[in-house]
Design a protein around this ligand. Structure first.
Ligand SMILES: Nc1ccn([C@@H]2O[C@H](COP(=O)(O)OP(=O)(O)OP(=O)(O)O)[C@@H](O)[C@H]2O)c(=O)n1
Ligand SMILES: C[C@](O)(CO)[C@H](O)COP(=O)(O)O
Length: 241
């Protein structure tokens, strides 16, 4: 097991979600957008980054759509079975990398299948700025709007001071071994982390925030679909991959 010093990394794509907030019987990662499904858009962006050696896609155990996408047998793509939570799906992907003999210090990039609008230059910037730093890093956006905390009736309780606040995006990039240990520790302690950085923060790391792009939105609610369509018709089409 030797570390690849070429600056390369591996990737895990959590794609095993049910899309409950999206409210469709079809899992949102398989929603057709501009003639291609969300997951295919996402994988196309990752495959365009030559520093990414190989990608593990964590799929739901009952996923019967993956074979229809045309990526089965792709030399840089493999799959594993996802878990009951995003964190568990990511952990299953990391365990797959470890079984392939990927060095524990090798950087691993985790990117949501539900973020199809990311562009290769953004991914490359994260890899360049974070590299194999033990604390890793993530794409994120400084909060632009005034933030309100609401009560259960949708009324403002308080305005939250937004200085220093960022909203986390993906991809997020961390050394394989440290990320696995951090996710395993959170799971053992019954803490469901909502991103990889939170797991690292819990063990004392200070991940680097790398400014991402507003168009790298996560398809979450039905109202996001129109925006994702317009972004993919624009940003990604403008720079065909
Ligand atoms: N058990 C899970 C849950 C989520 N994900 C993935 O994690 C990413 C971000 O999660 P989210 O947007 O919450 O997706 P869902 O869990 O599908 O959505 P919801 O929470 O509305 O059900 C998605 O690509 C989703 O497929 C996963 O791999 N395994
Ligand atoms: C990882 C993430 O996309 C960073 O913003 C986000 O935490 C995922 O949250 P979700 O509820 O699993 O979509």
């Amino acid at each position: 097991m030797t570390i690849d010093r070429s600056g390369g990394c591996w990737a895990v794509v959590p794609a095993a979600g049910a899309g409950r907030r999206f409210g469709s019987t079809l899992a949102k990662q398989y929603l057709q957008v501009n003639g291609r499904c969300v997951l295919a858009w996402t994988l196309e962006a990752l495959l365009a980054v030559t520093a990414i050696q190989r990608i593990v896609v964590a799929l739901a155990s009952d996923d019967d759509l993956w074979p229809k996408l045309g990526f089965a047998g792709h030399p840089r793509i493999s799959t594993c079975t996802g878990g009951a939570s995003r964190a568990e799906s990511v952990l299953n992907g990391l365990q797959q990398l470890a079984e392939w003999g990927v060095h524990p210090q090798q950087p691993v990039l985790v990117h949501d299948a539900a973020r199809p609008c990311v562009t290769p230059p953004e991914i490359e910037r994260l890899i360049a700025e974070v590299g194999d730093h033990p604390d890793g890093g993530l794409l994120a956006m400084p909060v632009r709007d005034t933030l309100k905390r609401a009560d259960s009736e949708g009324r403002v309780v308080v305005t939250v001071n937004r200085s220093g606040l960022w909203q986390a995006l993906t991809p997020q990039l961390f050394p394989l071994g440290r990320l696995r240990a951090a996710l395993e520790r959170a799971a053992a302690e019954g803490v469901e982390v909502t991103d990889e950085a939170q797991a690292l923060e819990r063990i004392g790391a200070c991940p680097r925030l790398v400014e991402g792009a507003l168009h790298n939105i996560k398809l979450t609610h039905p109202s996001d679909q129109g925006l994702v369509e317009r972004i993919l018709a624009g940003v990604r089409a403008a720079k065909p991959i």
